[in-house]
Design a protein around this ligand. Structure first.
Ligand code: AMP
Length: 585
């Protein structure tokens, strides 16, 4: 069946009313159990499973013929999968994993582009009790190795090109039992290396009917995402099946997703937005999701919205700024009137973007705030409430947010301070993988400390002010300076490296590195290019520095820590602040 035929039967959206009708009243009377937990089906014996709620229950409830996934390949392909197809494919992959000996809680890394098989695998792993750990396909060998080693990866699902890219590090992952390779439409010759397993062959050997969903509880682990801090390597943020409760309801109330809607989320599953709102929220809400394999392109995105009559579009500020740059004239070539809601997350959304959206899409862009650790939207501009351009909106019902001073006491006025949340929300991270001290350090005086600075106005709207740490936000992607510094100093020319975020009009920040050189190396443009190339290969183009400056000496504290704050102040021509701990030259 073609998309058009299916869509005619299955467009259930019949209400023009916002899903969250009365913010104030619903915030005040909210009850997680009545308003959210009870809206899911749950497993017959009281368990909870994300994939069951996303896929199986819609088939059980008579929506099996409804379209769950429309895949648009980068070579112009289109594939349509109903919820029944999705159930069969994910059941089969669940059976594959059971046959391979996967046990409850095993970490399964998924390192591939946005192919339908990525989603079948993810749902299958969840149904079979595994924990999915998706990675950006742009990553080079180093970030993949760090993450798989840290998590004790048991399985890897990947594609032939990416498998080959990381071949040199595979032998270091001693916990790895099997590599499953998806060679979509035989795109690659010689897809398998060593003892790799072929996805298609494995899927042929199993049937969906014989699969029995593993009984997971709401407290079992489901998804792990790596996120960067200012020190140390990225940390594995561990989530539990319980998170689905908040992802489902925020999808419905904060993103306006309803049964039968057509939804387009531009986030990759390597980032938490690509799992919470690129898998769980949309499918628990019974929508038809468009998965586009390609990257940013104004005309392709508009074409998708026009052709598939997208109702809800969730994207990010860097993309919106790029769309603004591509111009109004491009927008005007397309009919985007199907859109009923546009959401944005990941970085501050500048007020001009909200206004531009209103003029060009005839809809405001709704900013919302959350992070990997929170697992779901915490604060949002809702469809039914006034947008204050530049603000992240107000806390989601059931969520209490506060602004704290440096002693972790709540500030009642409009001053800026530490953005904090009262713990206990359903999608709260359970742990940083094997880093209990780090996890515990995020909780102070009964608050979860987000790592952001913000303020709250008299009407309860929150305004982002900046990060409280050195973490860089480039195009919505958090980059830990330590990870980049570690890669740079692996180059024989580099003695020391300090990395900062440099403000940028499109990407918000770009990664900029300062390096001192070992004796016998000269500060040349050629070396600069070589270092950029070196770190791109190791990390990825998005994480590697875009600019590198050579220094004679690195500013450090007397205890030997690189003073990134000082590097940044000097770069921006700002006052150097307190430099009493600066090491003498
Ligand atoms: P991540 O965990 O990678 O999703 O990044 C979360 C961080 O991105 C937050 O702690 C903020 O620093 C930033 N962020 C996310 N959403 C927003 C927003 N709406 N406005 C400003 N910053 C945001």
């Amino acid at each position: 069946m073609q998309f058009d035929e299916i869509i005619k039967d299955t467009n259930y959206s019949d209400s023009n009313k916002p899903n969250l009708l009365d913010y104030k009243k619903q915030y005040e009377n909210f009850d997680w159990y009545r308003d959210a937990f009870s809206k899911l089906d749950w497993l017959p014996d009281g368990g909870l499973n994300n994939a069951y709620e996303c896929v199986d229950r819609h088939v059980k409830n008579g929506f099996g013929d409804k379209l769950a996934l429309v895949w648009l390949g980068k070579n112009g392909e289109e594939e349509n999968y109903t919820y029944k197809d999705f159930k069969d494919q994910s059941d089969k992959f669940g059976q594959v994993m059971i046959n391979l000996g996967m046990e409850k809680g095993d970490r399964v890394f998924i390192f591939m582009d946005r192919l339908p098989e990525l989603y079948f695998a993810a749902m299958g792993i969840l149904k079979a009790g595994g924990v999915i750990a998706p990675l950006f396909s742009a990553f080079g060998p180093d970030p993949v190795k760090d993450r798989m080693l840290d998590a004790g990866a048991a399985y890897l699902v990947t594609s032939p090109d990416l498998r080959k890219k990381i071949s040199p590090i595979i032998k270091d992952i001693k916990t790895l039992k099997e590599i499953i390779v998806v060679n979509k439409d035989n795109r690659f010759e010689d897809p398998l290396v060593d003892n790799d397993l072929d996805y298609e062959a494995l899927m042929k050997d199993v049937n969906a009917e014989s699969f029995k969903l593993v009984n997971t509880s709401q407290y079992d682990f489901s998804i792990m995402h790596y996120t960067s801090g200012s020190t140390g390597k990225p940390k594995g943020v561990l989530h539990r099946h319980q998170a689905v409760v908040q992802q489902m309801l925020t999808g419905h109330w904060a993103l306006e997703l309803s049964h039968g809607d057509i939804y387009f989320c531009t986030a990759d599953p390597g980032w938490v937005t690509g799992t919470s709102y690129g898998m769980i929220a949309p499918w628990t809400n019974g929508v038809t999701q468009i998965i586009y394999e390609g990257g940013f392109s104004a005309s392709s995105w508009y074409e998708i919205i026009q052709k598939y009559k997208v109702d809800v579009w969730y994207t990010a500020p860097t993309a919106i700024r790029l769309l603004m740059r591509s111009g109004e004239e491009v927008v005007n070539r397309y009919d985007l009137t199907s859109l009923k809601f546009i959401g944005s997350v990941g970085e501050p959304l500048n007020p001009e973007a909200v206004v531009w959206g209103e003029r060009n899409y005839k809809l405001p862009i709704h900013d919302n705030w959350w992070q990997t650790e929170t697992g779901a939207i915490m604060c949002a501009n809702y469809s039914s409430t006034n947008i204050k351009p530049g603000s992240m909106g107000r806390p989601f019902p059931g969520i209490t947010m506060g602004i704290l001073d440096d002693q972790y006491n709540e500030i009642e006025n409009e001053d800026s301070g530490i953005l904090a949340v009262r713990p206990g929300w359903p999608s709260q991270m359970f742990a940083y993988w094997k880093q209990d001290d780090m996890h515990n350090s995020r909780f102070k005086k009964g608050w979860y400390i987000t790592g952001d600075q913000a303020s709250r106005d008299k009407e309860g709207y929150f305004w982002f002010q900046g990060r409280a740490d050195d973490v860089i936000n480039t195009a919505g992607h958090l980059v830990g300076p330590f990870e980049v510094e570690s890669a740079l100093i692996e180059h024989p020319a580099v003695a020391e490296a300090g990395v900062i975020g440099k403000p940028d009009p499109i990407a918000m920040e770009i990664v900029k590195a300062f390096v001192t050189l070992n004796p016998d190396y000269e500060q040349t443009d050629e070396l600069r290019r070589e270092l950029i190339r070196f770190s791109r290969e190791k990390l990825s183009a998005g994480v590697a520095p875009r600019e590198i400056d050579f220094l004679e000496t690195m500013p450090k504290t007397r205890s030997g820590k690189i003073m990134r704050r000082l590097l940044k102040a000097r770069e921006l021509g700002e006052p150097e602040g307190d430099i009493s701990t600066l090491e003498d030259d």
